[in-house]
Design a protein around this ligand. Structure first.
Ligand code: BGC
Length: 734
């Protein structure tokens, strides 16, 4: 059964991933494992605890000395020169080689945020981005990129939502898998993270995610499962939070049973930084202690060696830990094709990759009477707010990448301690104002910072068009209290829109936001954190050089009351948990994910029959499309997408399950991005992954017999006429 499953998925992926992608050669897994086992045989007792632990390699962590073959970056695991095993040099993260507060004094190409990349619904763009950031990591001497954030966005206020991809397991799994393949095409290892159910930052080191096994398997775990199948990451990073009472990095259920037994995962599990509660985590499935200075103790060095000498369970486990780590080093040729520090980076070419990703990720949310694209005839353009004269906002925390030359603006937020450097608002030097001017040399383009509303209003009144840039910062370690824009920006937009009906709002946000001013504005673009060439990407969309094609990978709620949890659990009771704060040993907090179970995001909205501000899958274009002719036969579906407008453009065909055996149930079962000339149409074929249709029951997947209804969707709320197919009952194991 397992074979049949993976076959179904690879077809689904193949259908979604045209044109064919090329991957770097890997050593066959069996050879790498055999070599790893033989190498472990040659290891001394001391050598067996070299690969199992390492430091956070950042000079600002007190007492840290970075070894000569290390680099300032997230982590360092010593190698064993006698056996030809290289050190593991680790850097964050999914959005580019991280800046780590400038600790390396170099720069990298920042991709747009995870949500932005996912809004493309385009596995190819995720692959390209992954390949690009992986190449930069390698060129700087890193051989492990801690990229592959795959947590579902269970709470849209989560401070790390911008690092993640979506609220849907199929979309997340396919996209993260593609990004990981891209990263690993560089002979480096990528890490899918944070396993699992790491749904909020509030109390992140002690919050306990409470969820039934069925709900977890059908949602967050399924995203990881698909991502691992597709991407074959060398490593999985376990999470800070607890799941049903056990720490992510100490959960026998998650690590030994789900990941290694049921999914037959052969790579290694590295801890998150400072997430290891005890030496027993080794028995529970953890293979490597990362950022060991942040834990109460270095458990996986001498202590582990001593245990292994007297306890056969630890001895066997230690051998397995080494085999897992070594097999991935060999599989991805980290030893024979080492990372090359000092390699020149083609920042122009890599910037173009980041720009293309940003352009495909920008979502046109609102467009009254064709206000966008802006006409070349607009002579007087006012650009207001959002530091648009300087750059575009970037999300903060360990994932933050910065261009060579560093941020264009830094606004320190205070705080103290070693991680205060990470607590600052920063912008990438990619100015939308400059890009707008470059595209409109004949126009008068005037900028106001927007801090004085009357001043912005006076300018807007005299302009043909007013473009307001609104930003909302978010960071690892801190959730958002609500959906409002900070610093009076909602009032600014309302006043400018009142003064000039031709007001365009460009949002740079890490999360969904509320838009109390929406009806007054002419157009709204969600540009997310658009990365190192975000300014250019925004201008290209505003002026129609690029037709927007992004579709929301996350629901924008109309109000917090619509969510399973109207407030983030613990938000109002706890001190802010800034990045790197030590855990409070006796702190307790539950996040009850059984409220929504596997109905995350749009599935919850469908269950509650709630109308979102903007639904999952939503996005407008400068042309129009029609999807029709859905045919379903078993797990195969086909339909036609037509460009019914007058411009070339791309859209995303979306197929949803809408009911199953008489029960209303909504799940995204297939999608495909199609790019069409005006008047052109394309037949799209998708293959459903049966796990998306199924329930997890009694240790396996189960499809009830009955009529399954499917519908094409412009988004999760706007669905076509359902088509039914009778499925026979089926049960299978992973
Ligand atoms: C984050 C990880 C990151 C690690 C190393 C942790 O705080 O949760 O995502 O990879 O730090 O920087």
């Amino acid at each position: 059964m397992a074979r049949r499953n993976s076959f179904a998925i690879s077809i689904a992926a193949a259908a979604l991933m045209a044109p064919a992608l090329t991957y770097a050669k890997q050593a066959p897994a069996a050879d790498a494992e055999a070599r790893a086992a033989a190498t472990v045989e040659q290891m001394s007792a001391d050598e067996k605890v070299v690969l199992t632990h390492g430091i956070m390699a950042l000079p600002f962590v007190p007492g840290t000395v970075i070894p000569a073959d290390g680099l300032p970056g997230a982590g360092y695991i010593a190698g064993i020169a006698r056996l030809g095993i290289p050190a593991l040099t680790e850097t964050d993260a999914s959005l580019g080689v991280s800046w780590v507060g400038g600790a390396r004094a170099d720069g990298a190409t920042p991709l747009p945020s995870g949500l932005s990349q996912a809004a493309s619904w385009n596995p190819d763009i995720l692959y390209k981005g992954g390949a690009m950031i992986g190449s930069e990591a390698r060129a700087k001497g890193f051989n492990v990129l801690l990229a592959g954030g795959a947590n579902l966005t269970r709470d849209p206020r989560n401070g790390r939502t911008f690092e993640y991809l979506s609220e849907d397991p199929l979309l997340t799994g396919i996209l993260v898998g593609s990004a990981i393949k891209g990263v690993q095409s560089n002979h480096i290892i990528s890490t899918i993270k944070h396993f699992a159910l790491n749904g909020q930052e509030t109390g992140r080191k002690f919050v306990n995610s409470v969820i039934s096994e069925a709900a977890a398997r059908e949602s967050d775990l399924l995203a990881f499962q698909i991502g691992i199948e597709q991407g074959q990451p060398g490593s999985v990073m376990c999470s800070y939070n607890l799941v049903n009472g056990a720490h992510g990095c100490d959960s026998d259920w998650l690590l030994n049973q789900v990941l290694k037994r049921d999914w037959r995962y052969k790579g290694f599990v590295m801890s998150d930084w400072g997430a290891v509660p005890s030496i027993a985590s080794a028995l529970h499935g953890l293979d490597q202690q990362s950022g060991e200075q942040l834990d109460a103790k270095v458990f996986f060095a001498k202590d582990l060696q001593t245990k292994a000498a007297i306890d056969p369970a630890y001895a066997a486990k230690l051998a397995d830990m080494n085999i897992r780590i070594l097999s991935q080093i060999f599989k991805y040729h980290l030893d024979t094709n080492p990372a090359k520090p000092g390699t020149a980076i083609d920042f122009a070419a890599n910037g173009a990759v980041a720009r293309e990703a940003a352009e495909q990720g920008i979502v046109l949310l609102h467009n009254q009477n064709g206000a966008l694209p802006l006409a070349a005839s607009a002579r007087r353009i006012s650009v207001i707010g959002g530091y648009a004269n300087s750059g575009v906002m970037s999300g903060a925390g360990s994932s933050q990448a910065q261009l060579p030359g560093g941020p264009s603006i830094t606004i320190p937020l205070g705080g103290d301690g070693p991680f205060a450097a990470l607590m600052q608002i920063q912008y990438h030097a990619s100015s939308p104002l400059k890009a707008i001017k470059a595209l409109n040399p004949g126009a008068q383009v005037i900028y106001r910072d927007g801090t004085t509303i009357a001043d912005a209003v006076a300018l807007a009144k005299k302009s043909d068009v007013a473009i307001v840039f609104a930003t909302k910062w978010s960071t690892e370690g801190l959730d958002a209290a609500d959906f409002s824009l900070p610093n009076g920006q909602d009032a600014l937009i309302a006043a400018v829109a009142e003064a000039n009906p031709n007001t365009i709002v460009v949002l740079e946000t890490g999360n969904p936001v509320a838009m109390p001013w929406l009806a007054k504005t002419a157009a709204v673009l969600e540009a997310w954190y658009p990365g190192g060439q975000g300014g250019e990407a925004i201008a290209n969309v505003l002026f129609g050089k690029v037709n927007p094609s992004g579709r929301l990978p996350i629901t924008f709620p109309a109000s917090a009351d619509q969510l399973p949890r109207p407030a983030v659990d613990g938000y109002n009771d706890l001190e802010p948990n800034f990045t790197g704060d030590p855990p409070t040993p006796d702190a307790k907090l539950n996040a009850d994910y059984n409220i929504e179970g596997s109905d995350v995001g749009y599935r919850w909205f469908a269950r509650k029959q709630q109308k979102a501000l903007f639904p999952f899958g939503f996005g407008l274009s400068y042309t129009t499309f029609a999807s029709s002719g859905l045919k379903v036969s078993g797990l195969n579906a086909s339909f036609t997408v037509k460009n019914t407008g007058s411009r070339q453009g791309a859209t995303v065909g979306q197929v949803y399950l809408v009911s199953r055996a008489g029960e209303a149930k909504q799940r995204l079962v297939g999608f495909a991005r199609v790019d069409l000339q005006p008047g052109a149409s394309q037949v799209v074929k998708v293959t459903f992954d049966p796990r998306i249709l199924a329930d997890w029951k009694d240790g396996g997947w189960s499809l009830p017999a009955g009529d399954y209804a499917f519908a094409l969707g412009d988004d999760a709320e706007h669905l076509g006429t359902p088509v039914t197919f009778h499925m026979v009952a089926r049960r299978w194991k992973d």
